[in-house]
Each structure stands twice: as C-alpha cells, then as structure tokens.
Design a protein around this ligand. Sequence first.
Ligand SMILES: [Zn+2]
Length: 415
Amino acid sequence: MPESQAKDVIFAAGTLMPVSSPPLQDGAVLVRDGRIEAVGALVDIGRENPGTEVRFFPNYTVIPGGVNAHAHLGFRRKDAPEGGTFSGWLGRLIERLPEKEAWTAQAAHDAAREAIEAGTTYMAESSPYGECLPQLAESGMAGTVFAEFFPHEFATPEEAVGFMVSKAHELGEGLPERVNARVSVHSPYTVDPESSRLAGRRTREMGWTLAIHLSESPEEVEFIKSGTGGLANIFGSNEWGGAGVSPVHYAQSVELLAPETIAAHLATGVSEEDIEILARTGAAAAHCPRSNAYLGCGVSPVPAMIDGGIRVGMGTDGLWSSPSMNLFEETLFAVELHGMSGAAGLELATLGGARTLGIEAETGTLDAGKWADLAVVETSSEDADPWRDVLEAAAGGGVAATVVGGDVIYNRLGR
Ligand SMILES: [Zn+2]
C-alpha cells in the first residue's frame, strides 16, 4: 500500500463542493485508508484531528473527481480520421486498424495522462478485447475496462461470448484494487442478435455491468430499421438488420437493456417511446456530445432522459472523435448544448457518471464512506454561479491536482 494511504490526511480548500450538499467555505475532507472519514469546516476537522497533515489549497475549489462513463484510450489527437458522417469515419478507422497497432499503447498512456491532468478519477474505458487495460491500470485512476468482442471472428455466438467472458476474468487477475474488467457488446451493427443476447445474460448472471454503443448514428438507425446503408456490411456480412424498429427497441428485444447496461451515445433517433423503454428497463446513458457533433450524429435528448428517470453520465469517447479527454470540457459543451445549469453539469460529470456505472456508493461525491476521489481546481473568486465557474475552470486547464483514493496522482502545485 502506498505510504500516502497509510496515515490520515486532511484535504482542504477555499471552497469545497461535495455535490451532494451545498458548497462549504474553507471546507475539508479527512481521509483515512483512502476513504473519506469526515467532511466539514476545516476549523472543525482540524481541531478534531490534531497532528494530522493538512493539505490546504486556499484559493482553489475542491470537487469530486470526474467519472468518465464512456471513453476509449487507444487513440491520439494528431491524425484523427475526418468526421462528418459516422459510417465514413468508421470506414476510415477500420482501414487504419493494422497501422494503429504500433502506437495504440503509447496513445492510451498519453490519453490517460491527459484525463488525469483534467481531474478524472474514474474511467469506464472500452477497447477491443480490453487492449487498453494495462494503461488504465498503470495510470493511477480507478476504472473499468469494457472489453469489446467481434463475433465475426468466431465460429458461433456461444464461442464468441464464452471466449470474451473468460478473457474478462483473465484480464481481471492481479489488477489494482479499484480497476476491473468487464464485457462490451460493441454495437447493434457489429454484434449479432444471438451473441448480444448471450453476452447480456452471461454478464448479468455474474452481476457485471455491460457497455454498449447504442442509437449513435443515422446509419445505425437505418441499418437496424431497414438493413441498408453504410453499416450493413461493416464487419463481414451483417444480415440481421432490417428489424423494422429503432435501435433501442431492438436492443430491448435481444435482452441487452437492464440496470447493468450502460448505453453510450443515444444520440440519433431516440424517440419518446425509446426513452420509456430505457426508463422501464433501467438502462443508463453515457452522453458524448462532442463526438456526436464531430460524427454527424445529432443531439441526444438528455433533458428528456433525465426527466424520464434515466441515469445519465458524461463520456469523452476517444481522441479520434473528440478533441480532448477532459470530461469537464465535455460537460461544459453539454451544459451549453442543453441549456443546463452549472450545478446540473457538475453533478452529471461526477455523481451522474457514478450512478450510471452503479458505483455511487463508492465515488462521485465528497461524502464520508466513499473513496477520496477529488480534483483541486483553480477558480476565480466571487462568481455569481460557483458551479459554472468551477466547471469552466476545470474545462479550461484549471485542474491543479487530482487525488484518487487519497493518493495524489497529479499535482502541478508541488504541495
Ligand atoms: Zn465509443
């Protein structure tokens, strides 16, 4: 266990925003064994714990760390395929998969670093067969790798799903305490119905969460509805399209939607009926608005989903469809897109992501009992909307330190 977890420490700031309760001036959290032991005024926490080390950031705001509900680490910013349309972009991505092998690991390392330097403390990462797990595990962040599998590479759905479940178990061995491996059904146009159904059943039996991309693009809507368009033959021959329904409806029909399911995007063609299906099945949503904008995928009906009781978190997606791994920048984009308040945005980026991933008892707010996952953000003082202020600051490079489970994994202040 790192020494930093071995003794108590108090993190304090000019403003402490627990998210679950109103901001505290000169607020503090007492951290013991990586978890928050107490939250309150620095003067009280300090008096009750004499001799405990205090790390005080007087001109900063401390917020819960960002919980990224949908990301891909294995991409780099400098040579992203052209956007505009989803199927065109995906075709260009697939063409470059062989070339990409040479630099995926370095990209994943760099992308994780970028996320940490932007205050991310938990990341749900999706990559083919979990290829970016080493970089996530080494990064210091907590997180889950959702290993994507592609059934066209196997003889039968049973073989594909059996392989992927064993592989996820294998990936999960020897990991840091707060990193794990799960399965992702990549999408309705790459994974056939029977493999989808089996993967959903097998993972739920083990109480695992399951990540999917769902209702992302106009091309996906067309493929599922009519069996035509740019995704009809993206990997092998996808003969299961043309179901005559929406992707959400289709996902329900193959038993992919459940409280364990995290559906990324839900950007194109999500109807009121789809929202009712998502609410009824308990599936959660990961909102990636900048990726959706880049790939011509429309606007996810996030306010209606939230009103409908659907859990929504934020996701950056990866650097080939999104300009940064900064979750707070992604969230600020969403706040502007949907006309949300700064407070609602900060909640989406933190508690919203934790609820989406089913880990809200462990992280997402600054409350006693949860892991000490937090970001120290340089904010301007006396702003009329302190939530918007901290979101803008964190979006704009203002994160000065990032703490995961009480360990300082990034600190540009040197104190
Ligand atoms: Zn994605």
